[in-house]
Structure formats: C-alpha cells, structure tokens
Design a protein around this ligand. Structure first.
Ligand SMILES: O=C(O)c1cc(=O)[nH]c(=O)n1[C@@H]1O[C@H](COP(=O)(O)O)[C@@H](O)[C@H]1O
Length: 272
C-alpha cells in the first residue's frame, strides 16, 4: 500500500486508529478455546467488528511465535483474512527485526513477500546496512523504533551522543539512507512531550504511536504536535480495545472501545 492510499483511507474513515492484535490465550473468551484455531477466530471477530473504525491492524508477532508452528499459522491466516476481505487496511507486522544485510533481506522477504504485510517494525541499532534491505521493497514501509513507549527508552534512546539525544540521531541519519521515503517511525504515546522536537526533524513522516490505552498515553497530547499536513499518525491500541470483555460479547465490546477513539479522532480531524 502507498502512503497516499493510507491517507485516503484516513480521510474516508475519519480515523487514524490501528488495532493491535496481541492475542493471549489466557485473556480471550473461553468458548473460543474449544475451536480449532482460537487465535484466528478471535482476530476474525475483532477485525469484522472494527474494520470500519480502524485504518490499520498490528499483530505483534511475539504473541504468535509463543505458540510455535500453530501460532505462526494463526498469524498467516490473520494476514490472509485481512488482505482478502479488507484490502484497504494498512497492515503492520510488529516483529522488531534488524540484522546484518543478507539476514535482513530474509526478514523482509518473510514479512513483505511471504506474509504480504504492508510494513514491519525494525530496530535501528545495527545501522544503515541492517535497515536498507527492508527499504528496498517498493510500496512497503519500514517502521523504525525511534522513541519507544517504555521506561527503558531512557536507558539509551534519550542519552546524548554526538551532541544530541540518540533517538534524534536515529531520525536524522536514517533520512539519508537509500529509499528513506519508505520509512515510518515509532514514537510512544507516553512520550508526547517530545513530539514537537521530533516533528522538527521529520515533519513529513508517518509515525506509529503505540501506548494509548493500557500504557496511559493520551490521544489529545499526541495530536497536539504529532499531526502533520497528511495527518501522519497511526495510533495503536491493543489491550485497551481487544480485551474489553472476556464474554461472548467480546467483539461488540472491542467495537465500542474502538468507536470511542474513532469519534475522538473524527473531532480532531474536523477541528483542523
Ligand atoms: O513497535 C511497537 O508497536 C511498540 C513500540 C513501543 O514503543 N511500545 C509499544 O508498546 N509497542 C507495541 O505496541 C503494542 C502496545 O500494546 P498495548 O499497550 O496493549 O496497547 C504492543 O504490541 C507493543 O509491543
């Protein structure tokens, strides 16, 4: 999917919401555990109930890899289901990969060619040759970890290196890499106060912003400095949406949570 198509979807749905599909078998309704593929059945119901409110879906691969081959198959079925039934949504494989060049090429093939995701999250710390293999794929997007939502972000990312915070070096240097137009960046919703400075370095890039909901990030705070001319934000919530109920009404409950965020987004878009 191109960035232009993503922006069109945002305007059409009046939403820049991304639903995180972080499926934990201990947290899903018990009646689904009796089905052959509980993870897929859960995802299918959540997607069907929220696709008109969300422009993106982000399965975090850890939640699938944890269940071995069976989990990977659930991931495969989930992305197939999205691509077949809702081809207009932007899909993110949250895998946080990145390795030496030839290995990164294999990771990129796994997520872009085999699974056919639109994007993948990548850690920047092995540098240019570890990220450029992902960027080489046309109309695919590499979402680089910039300033993450967790407490540990302060261990390295905000430390001074070469006269500025490390995450700022990541933003500035990554812009010089080949096919850098295919880059997006992760900025945690819990770090909203950094967004003005981030936008000064990357005014035009899309940001994936996780941390709204369960981690306490606030949508209004993120939008204050995070929005740009083409909206430029994908706000992710996982647990805050998908685990709204553990009963048979789980999909309706997730829809209600997604609707609250979508309506807030619609208001923000209308006031611009
Ligand atoms: O790359 C990510 O998506 C990510 C980066 C980050 O800084 N913080 C963060 O929470 N995430 C992911 O976003 C999701 C957040 O989930 P909830 O806290 O349940 O909404 C999880 O899949 C995290 O792995």
């Amino acid at each position: 999917m191109t960035t232009k198509q993503l922006v069109e979807q945002i305007h059409k749905k009046k939403s820049f919401l991304c639903v995180g599909l972080d499926v934990d078998l201990n947290k899903i309704p018990e009646h689904l555990l009796e089905t052959e593929d509980p993870i897929f059945e859960f995802n299918k119901a959540i997607i069907d109930a929220t696709h008109h409110l969300a422009v993106g879906y982000k399965p975090n691969t850890a939640f699938y890899e944890a269940y071995g081959l069976k989990g990977w198959r659930s991931l495969e079925k989930t992305i197939e289901y999205l691509n077949t039934n809702y081809p207009e949504v932007f899909t993110i494989a949250d895998a946080k990969r990145g390795d030496i060049g030839n290995t990164s090429t294999m990771y990129a093939k796994a997520f872009f060619e085999d699974l056919q995701f639109d994007s993948v999250t990548v850690a920047p710390y092995m540098g240019k040759d570890s990220v450029e293999p992902f960027l080489a794929f046309e109309d695919k997007h590499t979402i680089l970890l910039a300033l993450t939502s967790n407490q540990g972000a302060f261990d390295f990312q905000t430390k001074q290196t070469e006269g500025q915070e490390l995450y700022k070096n990541v933003l500035a240097v990554s812009k010089t890499w080949a096919n850098s137009e295919n880059l997006m960046y992760v900025v945690g919703a819990t770090k909203a106060e950094y967004l003005a400075e981030i936008r000064a370095i990357i005014p035009d890039s899309f940001l994936l912003v996780p941390g709204v909901g369960a981690q306490g990030g606030n949508l209004q705070d993120v939008c204050k400095y995070g929005l740009n001319d083409q909206i430029g934000l994908l706000i992710n919530s996982s647990r805050g949406i998908i685990y709204a109920s553990k009963g048979k009404d789980f999909a309706e409950a997730a829809q209600a949570k997604a609707l609250v965020l979508q309506e807030e987004m619609e208001k923000i878009l209308a006031s611009r």
